[in-house]
Design a protein around this ligand. Structure first.
Ligand SMILES: Cc1cc2nc3c(=O)[nH]c(=O)nc-3n(C[C@H](O)[C@H](O)[C@H](O)COP(=O)(O)OP(=O)(O)OC[C@H]3O[C@@H](n4cnc5c(N)ncnc54)[C@H](O)[C@@H]3O)c2cc1C
Length: 415
């Protein structure tokens, strides 16, 4: 006989573990499935922005974050073609610092919190099908772990990242790719800052950036990510962009005596909330499965946890009312939009309307000279404000616009 649960969560990354943790704490009988054995690695920059660190702390892991093997950052150094922006973390309700923690450990810790709250976890168990009655209501999940398993439930949360478990036209196409590698002994400045490189190579035909994020244990996470549009326009691959990034003057110097810990690993992302469907009858999508990755920074761990926390609240509400309809679950979507749509829509518009980020060089240069605008730019990057908040700095924007116009006039004269 199939086992029965109040909710089945597919995928035990940050989104799935957060959903399972909050749902179990609210008294629901929770099953959490993952196709992998934990602890498992997930290619990531490992950066936890202040809002993400707040989510991790809310799950009872504040002391764990403070352990010295994790990096703790208090600011950003942004290197562009012509500008250098150095900015401490703008203070918000979430504090003035963030962390860098290997996903292998972060995800295992979040999962541990879910199971200690009462969620049942099955590893090496791949969800293969969402089961619905002939009337269309979700009735359960079919899964495989060497044999075929069936779990009965009226409510499923898909937290399977870029996996495609919940077909039903829910998934938006991936629009970016990124690659990262660990190095020991990276010898750069300001190890308590996140270093972000908006290079000419990655931005002359699209959008992308490279990074160096220091852990606290002598290692650094080094990586690069570009939009799939960049790959198409340049006819290059991600490996080519990453290898070229390691040749940037700063990287050559910093990595001179550094040892790679293993080969680089790549993964894909869907940046920006738009294009995805996040609920239907008996189903909610969280984290990357619900396109919750920030459209500019590519940051998704905090949003995965946040969406899992909200999905769990709606799961509790659905059970309390005995109502698993799309109408009820649309409340989850509305709440997410209220929380995040401004940043996502404006960031998505910026990245999609500007044909290449190199055009924004005059903006970076203007922000370099204006501390208030620089702070807003960084707040936009870390998801604390919509990028259109730069409109609060009209003089700097006017200077940037002048720069863009003279740059364009210069290039047409040269042509
Ligand atoms: C190179 C790179 C760098 C990044 N850097 C950062 C960063 O610095 N900071 C940040 O916040 N974000 C970063 N991101 C984004 C971040 O990694 C994701 O947003 C985050 O992993 C989303 O978590 P999730 O729980 O939604 O999905 P995931 O972490 O992908 O977890 C999904 C889980 O589902 C499981 N699964 C999949 N299919 C099935 C199935 N059918 N049945 C059962 N289990 C299944 C998988 O095994 C996996 O464990 C980066 C992404 C990349 C690619």
């Amino acid at each position: 006989m199939a086992e029965r649960y109040d909710i089945v969560v597919v995928g035990a990354g940050p989104g799935g573990s957060a959903t399972a943790y909050y749902a179990a704490r609210s008294g629901l009988k929770v099953l959490l499935l993952d196709r992998q054995e934990f602890p498992r690695d997930k290619p990531c920059g490992d950066g936890l922005m202040p809002h993400a660190a707040s989510e991790v702390s809310l799950m009872g892991l504040g002391d764990w974050l403070e352990e010295p093997r994790h990096g703790k950052f208090t600011g950003f150094s942004i290197y562009t073609q012509n500008a250098f922006l150095r900015q401490s973390v703008p203070p918000t309700l979430h504090g003035t610092h963030g962390y860098v923690s290997r996903r292998q450990e972060t995800d295992a810790k979040l999962l541990e919190r879910a199971t200690s709250a009462g969620a049942e976890f099955r590893s090496n168990t791949r969800a293969t099908e969402l089961l619905r009655s002939s009337a269309g209501s979700v009735t359960g999940v079919e899964a495989a772990n060497g044999e075929t398993l069936r779990f009965e439930t009226p409510l499923v949360v898909a937290a399977d990242g870029v996996g495609g478990f919940a077909r039903e036209g829910m998934k938006a196409h991936q629009n970016a790719v990124a690659r990262r590698q660990y190095f020991r002994g990276v010898n750069g400045p300001d190890k308590d800052y996140l270093h972000v490189f908006v290079t000419k190579d990655m931005n002359s035909s699209g959008a992308g950036y490279g990074w160096v994020f220091y852990l606290g244990d002598g290692y650094a996470n080094v990586g690069a990510g570009v939009s799939t549009a960049t790959l198409e326009r340049s006819r290059r691959n991600l490996k080519g962009f990453y290898d070229r990034f390691l040749e940037e003057p700063e990287l050559r110097e910093w990595l001179e005596n550094a040892e790679p810990e293993g080969p680089p690993k790549s993964w894909s992302l869907k940046m920006g909330m738009w294009g995805a469907k996040r609920y239907s009858q008996g189903l909610m999508m969280v984290g990357d499965a619900g396109s919750m990755v920030h459209p500019i920074s590519g940051e998704g761990v905090g949003y995965a946890i946040e969406s899992g926390r909200l999905a769990a609240a709606w799961a509790h509400e659905a059970h309390a009312r005995g109502d698993f309809s799309a109408t009820l679950l649309s409340g989850y979507e509305r709440q997410l939009r209220r929380q995040r749509a401004k940043e996502h829509l404006s960031g998505y518009a910026l990245v999609n309307l500007v044909p290449n980020l190199q055009l924004l060089e005059p903006l970076f240069k203007a922000c370099e000279k204006d501390p208030a605008a620089r702070k807003t730019l960084v707040e936009g990057f870390i998801g604390d404000t919509p990028i259109y908040s730069l409109l609060k700095h009209p003089r700097t924007l006017a200077r940037a616009l002048q720069g863009i116009i003279s740059e364009r006039q210069g290039s047409s004269a040269r042509a």
